[in-house]
Design a protein around this ligand. Sequence first.
Ligand code: GAL
Length: 954
Amino acid sequence: MSFRTTTAIAYVEDVSPGSGALPPRAWYAFSDARSLSLNGSWRLRLSPTADTEDDSFAEPGYEAGNWAEVTVPGHWVLQGHGSPIYTNHLYPFPVDPPRVPTENPTGDHLRVFDLPSDWPSDGQSVLRFDGVESCARVWLNGTDLGEFKGSRLPHEFTVGHLLRPGGNVLAVRVHQWSAGSYLEDQDQWWLPGIFRDVTLLHRPAGSVLDFFVHASYDHVTGEGTLKVDSDVDGRITVPALAVDVAAGESVTVPVEPWTAETPKLYDGVLATEGERVPLRIGFRTVILEDGLIKVNGRPVLFKGVNRHEWHPEQGRALDLETMREDVLLMKRHNINAVRTSHYPPHPAFLDLCDEYGLWVIDECDLETHGFTEQSWRDNPVDDDRWTPALLDRAARMVERDKNHPSVVMWSLGNEAGTGRGLTAMAAWIHGRDSSRLVHYEGDGDCRDTDVYSRMYASHAEVERIGQELDGGTHKRRQLPFILCEYAHAMGNGPGGLADYQRIFESYERLQGGFVWEWIDHGIKHADLGYAYGGDFGEELHDGNFCCDGLVFPDRTPSPGLLEYQKVIEPVRIEVGGTDGTVRVTNRHDFADLSALAFEWSYQVDGETVEAGALPVPALAPGESADLTLPEPPAGTRGGERQWTIRALLTTDTSWAPKGHPVAWGQLPVTAWQAPSVTASSRPVLGERQITLGPATFAPRTGALTSIGKVAVDGLRLDVFRAATDNDNGTSWQDGVCFGSLWRTFGLHRMRHRLDSVELGDDALTVRTRVAPAAREAGLATVYRWTSDGTRLKLTVSVTPEGDWQVPLPRLGIRFGLAGSTDHVRWFGGGPGEAYPDTRSASMLGRWESTVDELQTPYVRPQENGARADVRWAEIGGLRIEGDPEFWFSARRWTNEQLDTAAHRTDLTAGDRVWVNLDHGQHGIGSQSCGPGPLSQYHLLVQPAEFSFSFLETK
Ligand code: GAL
């Protein structure tokens, strides 16, 4: 029985990276040396402080009695023990580095294991932890091996001398808080636990230690040069290249290069006396030349995402299939790059990036953002005492991941201010690996970095940077530019992607960006659907700011991902320079178009009448061609006509099957013509109602009550939308945030004053004024109803009065239909939602859905589900035609109910389906962290007139 003293846990608050672990080295998934996974069921004892329990549990023979069981890899707070905490940048403990609170949940983990009977008794063994948050102390069979910090980095210990054939006791004490927590203030859930694999690796005599694969590509000669440095003598063989060389010897042979578009890997082996390690070699050269990031001699354009590791039930403990799902989803959505925000991912993820083809910015496990609250005073990255820990983190990342061709840049970390420690990291990395570039967004002058990187810069600023008008230091002006974060995908949005992409493609210096972020960090919750910050009673939290991904927590693509997929598609299809031609442009950086087949189809009123193949030459990257389209199909004179051209995969690839659509474009031939309705019916005032054609109205109010047998409720002007996260903006932004302006102005509580109900010869006219309390501004709104006996037409005229200081969220009408309303058909944009600055992926066609499926399940409910450019829609027994086209949405609750819901489970179907037909929508932007919608997407208050005709469909 050992005794606890404060010194026994001094390591927790020690700024050093730890003690006892082996030096970092290259990671590989397997070799011919034996290994034993220690993942699985472990016993857990959770204590409220770091020193409540003694360490006798580490002794063989300890009885774990009533200890809980947890799964490793995993986080105990997601397995029923304690709760997760979400903060963006605030430390959830007092900032007094390196001290941490006495309340320091500590999980003693215990696992007893036997060696397989054939486990070799020769040589050594090593115990590897791939990730433990935030600090661990390890014992094997009662011997203290050491302790470590650096949650998302591997740590190995020599254990061979301690192993027994049976009954080995592995004890790991994990502290939620440690000095390391100060370096891990990333915007994410705080999730303690052994969350990555634990493995026992046999190390036969003469086995591989560290090795560094150098595989470059000379785009002039088409040759690759391979040299594998190894700490242990050995030979490298690559059968497909007839390579057989000694470690340290270099060989140059003709090769196919590796790129994210053409991820050619050569299988090889590093054989030392005691081990054979499989290599997957990708030849590529990354350099900074002419102020550009070039790979294999060509500049690349990053169409990237920031990826946190996330699973709605397992947190950051991801299995291989979930990692593969991320990669496949990215590839299928035209994404070509990942920033591993903000820590090195599970190493298997990088194997997948090598295999499927993604450019990677590998980011170190470092963020000290919370120090911004004290003007960065005491920031560990500017305090020499912490530099060993920073260098340890840099080394553990670089050494672990250096053999991945997909990794093209090392990133020092995220939002850690500036300081000598970062400079030391950059210097060390440059010295260790000159074959890659160094990135860090916080280095505004690019003193230590090779690329000028920013986050959330506005379109205008990015354009200025593209034009090299941004100034900055001499060094910075020579560097290429990337947006390591942009387009904050929180809730509905991000808006403005197409506008960014246009700018990226216009200036060479701009080498693309990385959308923030890949996945919503919602936690599956029995009562709430998905939980976010505050749902676990945290006293300090940042709400749903963690739900800002392009995929929902369950990895269903959100409309934001479909928009991004369209905006970054590698082939542009647009109207050609001469009549009857389509222009096809290859926007790949490396691949020609030979992997794609093109198809045309011709639609009349959204229905395809003919389709065929469109021969397209195998254009080289950057090339375009204007191609002649066939004669329009005979007999297709009337109606709205258009071409749709698609580019599809010609064969199965590793990431998508043959026929997968990679790009598309639509070329209008004729425009939509709304049906005309002759005002030939006269409104008739009866005892209980006014009738006009197929419709009835309330006599006193002029309110529409039915169209044929379809009851209609509460039709009136609507200018309100449930605030999106992007409407709401953030507390730290000075810019105008429309969500709060709308609320202050009172757009959520508009009053509708009835001025007159006028029965004319051929029209029923209802005059109203729509305005919020306390304001002089209002909207004089006239509803003019006419009919030809069959169709009912409504023309809405809106005339602004007074001083309108805000644009409108929406402008249109809404009404209620029976709650049984379900099926919806429309001709217009689809199949998914769209808003003025998120409409690139909206394809003109005929679509069908249900009211429930029209809803986009944003984790925090908000405006969603509008369909753009709708010519007509059929819902609840009505066909509605627009003049001009309109935005269509329908839901089982009102916009006001949607606005007050905090989780989807707060929304319950009422006895009405509420339909919105909008003449205008305000843009979305990405002001939940970045800029708001560009001014061309503002819905300005100005006189407007728009019409809808209604026909009962029977
Ligand atoms: C950035 C930060 C990210 C995330 C994002 C907002 O400033 O680097 O980690 O917090 O803002 O979601």
